[in-house]
Design a protein around this ligand. Structure first.
Ligand code: C2E
Ligand code: CA
Ligand code: CA
Length: 628
C-alpha cells in the first residue's frame, strides 16, 4: 500500500474510532445517570402518591391509587412485610414485574435494577407510613436504549464524524504531500551526492563504493573484476577552441554511449575531468581485447556537437582484481597508471604492468605537485645565450623552464612539460613563461642590452585563443618592441593541426613577434610546407648538430638545411653546439646563430644579466682597441 493511502486509511480509522469511543462513553454515562437518577425520581413519585393517601390508609385505599398510574413502561405495586405482592391481578406489566423482581431484593434495598431479557428494570421501594405495606415503583429501561440514544445524539455525532473525517482526510493529505516533498528532497540530495551533475553517471565516490561492494561479494569466489579508465584525447583543445558547452556536451554524449554498451551489474562513472571509469564483472585476460573493442568502440563514430562532427580518441587503462589490487582506490589508481603506460608505448589500451608502476605513480603524484608549484612560484626560468656567428655577439637567449621539486630535486623539463601538456596546465605554465620572459627582456633593454628572448610554445598553446591577446598586452605593458620576442614551436606541433597553427601564427606575425621552428629535421614537414607559414627562423635540431663532425650525413643535413632556409630568407639557428670545431664548421657553413653548452649552459636570470654586462664591456674594449 502506498504511504499516502496508508496515512489516509490510518487517520480515517483513528478518527472513526475516536467518534465511536466518544459515543460509547456518552451512552454508558447516560445509562449510569439513568440508573442513579431514575430511583430518586421513582422515590419522589412514590412519596407524592403516599402524600395523597389519608393518614393510616387501608389496603383498599392504597390499591385504589395504583391502576391509574400504570403505563407500558412504569408500574406501581404494593408489597407487604413478607414481600408478597398485593396489587391488582389484571395489570399485565405489574404482574410481570412482580414475577421477576424477587421479594428479597425488594425488601433488602430501597432501590436497584435488574436485567430481564431485552429489558432493564429499575425499581424504588417506599414504605407507606403507619402501614405494613411498601409501595414498589418499577421503570422499564429498554435494552434497545442505544438505538434510542442514537436517535437523540445521532445527528450531532454524525456531524462531528463528518467534520472529523474531513479534518483527518485533509490532515492526511497535507502530511502525505509534506512527506512526499521531503522524500523527494532526500532522494534528490542522495542522487546529487552520488552522481556527476553533468553526465548523470555515478561519481568517483559512488563508483568506488560500488567497486568495493562488488569485491566484497566476490570475496572467496574465483570471479574476476576489471576496472577500466578512459582518458579522452584533445578534450582540453575542444574546451579551449569550441567552448566549455561543447566540452560538456561531448562528455554527456560519451557518458550516454558508455552506459549504452554496458549491462548491469557493469557500471560506468565519471572519474574526473575527461576521465571515465568503468567496472566490469566477468573477464579473464582473454576478453581484454573485447573490452577494449567495446569501450573504445564507443568513440569510433563522430559526435555531433553544435552542428559540427567531432571525432575523438581515447586511451584505455585496465586494472584487474585480484591480480593488480584488491581495493577500489588501488584499482582505479592502477587503471589510471595503465593509461600512462599505454601512451608511453604509443598504444590506445594497456593492462596495468606492475613493473612500470613506480614511474607512473610518481608521475601521478607530480601532477598535483606541478599544480602547486605553479601556484607557489617553485618554477624558475633559465636563459641559454644565443651567439651571432658573424658578429660573435650574444644576441639573445632561449628561456627554459626549471622546476626544483622540494622532494625530488630538479625535474627535467621534458618530464614536467609533458605532464603539463596532458593535464592542461601548459596553458598556465606558458603564460607564466611568457610573462617572465617578456619582463626579463624588457629589463635587459632598460639596461642597454638589445637582446631577443625566445620562449617555447606547446602544440596545445596554438589552440589558446587568449594567447595572442596576452602576448600583445605583455609587450605593451613592458613597452617591449614585438620583434624582441621569439616564440619557438616544434615542427611536429605545427604539423599536428596545420590550419590552426597557420591562423595562430598569422596573428602572432601581425603582432610583429618572431616565429621560430624548433627541433627542425625531426618531423616530417618540408621546407616547402613551412613556406606557407609566416616563419622567421628555423632551429636545426641538436641531434644533427652534436654529431655533425663525426657524421658526414648529419653534416650534409645541416648544410642543406642552412642553404634551403637562406633561399627562403629564413635565419638559421644551430642548437646543441658542444665544441669549438662544431662552432667553426657552422660558421663556415653560413649558419647565422649558435646555441649550446660550448657557448653557455642555461643559467639563472641574474647570471645571464652578469654575462651580458661582461660581454658588452668586452665588446666595448674590443671596439676601443680596434679604433686605436
Ligand atoms: P628545446 O626547446 O629543444 O630546448 C633545448 C634543450 O636542449 C634544453 O633542454 C637545453 O638545455 C638543451 N641543450 C642546450 N644546449 C645543449 C647542448 O649543447 N647539448 C645538449 N645535449 N643539449 C643542449 P632542457 O632545458 O632540458 O629542455 C628540454 C625541452 O623542454 C626543451 O627542448 C623544450 O622542448 C622543453 N621546454 C623547456 N622549457 C620549456 C617551456 O618553458 N615551455 C615549453 N613549452 N617547453 C619547454
Ligand atoms: Ca626550444
Ligand atoms: Ca630544440
Amino acid at each position: 500500500m502506498q504511504q499516502r493511502t496508508k496515512l489516509l486509511v490510518g487517520s480515517l480509522a483513528s478518527s472513526l474510532a475516536v467518534i465511536a469511543l466518544f459515543a460509547g462513553i456518552a451512552f454508558t454515562s447516560a445509562l449510569d445517570l439513568a440508573r442513579h437518577q431514575i430511583p430518586n425520581l421513582l422515590h419522589d413519585h412514590n412519596q407524592h402518591l403516599i402524600e395523597t393517601l389519608p393518614a393510616r390508609p387501608s389496603l383498599a385505599q392504597i390499591l385504589a391509587i395504583l391502576p391509574h398510574h400504570e403505563t407500558h413502561r412504569d408500574s406501581l405495586s404494593v408489597i407487604d412485610t413478607q414481600g408478597r405482592r398485593l396489587s391488582a391481578a389484571d395489570n399485565h406489566s405489574s404482574q410481570k414485574q412482580a414475577i421477576h423482581i424477587d421479594s428479597e431484593s425488594l425488601l433488602a434495598t430501597s432501590s436497584g435494577y435488574t436485567t430481564i431479557g431485552d429489558n432493564e428494570y429499575i425499581w424504588a421501594t417506599t414504605p407507606i407510613p403507619d402501614t405494613p405495606y411498601t409501595l414498589v415503583n418499577t421503570h422499564r429501561n429498554a435494552r434497545s436504549g442505544l438505538r434510542e440514544f442514537m436517535k437523540y445524539i445521532g445527528v450531532p455525532i454524525g456531524f462531528a464524524a463528518l467534520i472529523s473525517i474531513w479534518l483527518s482526510t485533509w490532515g492526511a493529505m497535507v502530511i502525505s504531500s509534506l512527506f512526499r516533498k521531503l522524500n523527494e528532497q532526500r532522494a534528490q540530495l542522495e542522487h546529487q551526492a552520488h552522481h556527476d551533475p553533468l553526465t548523470g553517471l555515478p561519481n568517483r565516490d559512488a563508483l568506488s563504493k560500488t567497486i568495493d561492494a562488488t569485491i566484497a561479494q566476490l570475496d572467496g569466489s574465483k570471479q574476476a573484476l576489471a576496472v577500466c579508465m578512459i582518458d579522452l584525447h584533445q578534450f582540453k583543445e575542444i574546451n579551449d577552441s569550441l567552448g566549455h558547452h561543447c566540452g560538456d556536451e561531448l562528455l554527456r554524449q560519451v557518458a550516454t554511449r558508455l552506459s549504452g554498451v554496458l549491462q548491469a551489474p557493469d557500471l560506468a562513472g565519471r572519474f574526473y575531468g575527461n576521465k571515465f571509469a568503468i567496472m566490469l564483472r566477468q573477464t579473464g585476460t582473454a576478453t581484454i581485447d573485447a573490452i577494449t573493442g567495446t569501450l573504445l568502440g564507443t568513440l569510433e563514430n563522430s559526435f555531433e556537437i553544435d552542428g559540427r562532427c567531432l571525432y575523438i580518441r581515447g586511451t584505455l587503462g585496465i586494472a584487474l582484481y585480484p591480480q593488480h589490487a584488491t581495493t577500489a582506490p588501488a584499482l582505479l589508481q592502477k587503471a589510471e597508471a595503465a593509461i600512462f603506460q599505454a601512451r608511453d608505448n604509443t598504444q590506445y589500451a594497456a593492462i596495468f604492468q606492475a613493473l612500470d608502476n613506480k614511474g607512473a605513480a610518481e608521475r601521478l603524484g607530480l601532477i598535483n605537485d606541478l599544480r602547486n608549484a605553479l601556484r607557489d612560484g617553485q618554477l624558475e626560468l633559465h636563459y641559454q645565450p644565443k651567439l651571432d656567428l658573424r658578429s660573435r655577439h650574444i644576441i639573445g637567449a632561449e628561456a627554459l623552464a626549471r622546476w626544483i621539486h622540494p622532494q625530488h630535486g630538479a625535474i627535467p623539463p621534458d618530464q614536467f612539460i609533458e605532464i603539463a601538456e596532458r593535464t592542461g596546465l601548459i596553458k598556465e605554465l606558458t603564460r607564466w613563461v611568457l610573462e617572465t620572459a617578456v619582463q626579463q627582456c624588457a629589463q635587459c633593454h632598460a639596461n642597454g642590452w638589445a637582446v631577443k628572448i625566445s620562449a617555447n610554445l606547446s602544440a596545445i598553446n596554438l589552440h589558446d585563443e587568449e594567447l595572442v591577446p596576452l602576448i600583445a598586452s605583455l609587450l605593451e605593458r613592458h613597452e617591449l618592441p614585438a620583434q624582441n620576442l621569439v616564440v619557438e614551436i616544434t615542427e611536429t606541433a605545427m604539423m599536428a593541426d596545420p590550419a590552426r597553427a597557420k591562423a595562430q601564427l598569422r596573428k602572432l606575425d601581425t603582432l610583429g613577434v618572431c616565429i621560430s621552428i624548433d627541433d627542425f629535421g625531426t618531423g616530417y614537414s618540408s621546407l616547402g610546407h613551412l613556406r606557407q607559414l609566416p616563419v622567421d627562423e628555423i632551429k636545426i635540431d641538436k641531434s644533427f648538430v652534436v654529431d655533425m663532425i663525426s657524421s658526414e650525413d648529419d653534416a650534409s643535413i645541416v648544410r642543406a638545411t642552412i642553404g634551403l632556409a637562406h633561399d627562403l630568407s629564413l635565419e638559421v639557428v644551430a642548437e646543441g653546439v658542444e665544441d669549438e670545431i662544431t662552432l667553426k664548421q657552422l660558421t663556415d657553413m653560413g649558419c647565422d646563430i649558435a646555441q649550446g653548452y660550448h657557448i653557455a649552459r642555461p643559467m639563472p636570470a641574474a647570471d645571464f644579466a652578469a654575462m651580458l654586462d661582461e660581454h658588452i664591456k668586452a665588446k666595448k674594449d674590443d671596439q676601443a682597441v680596434a679604433s686605436r
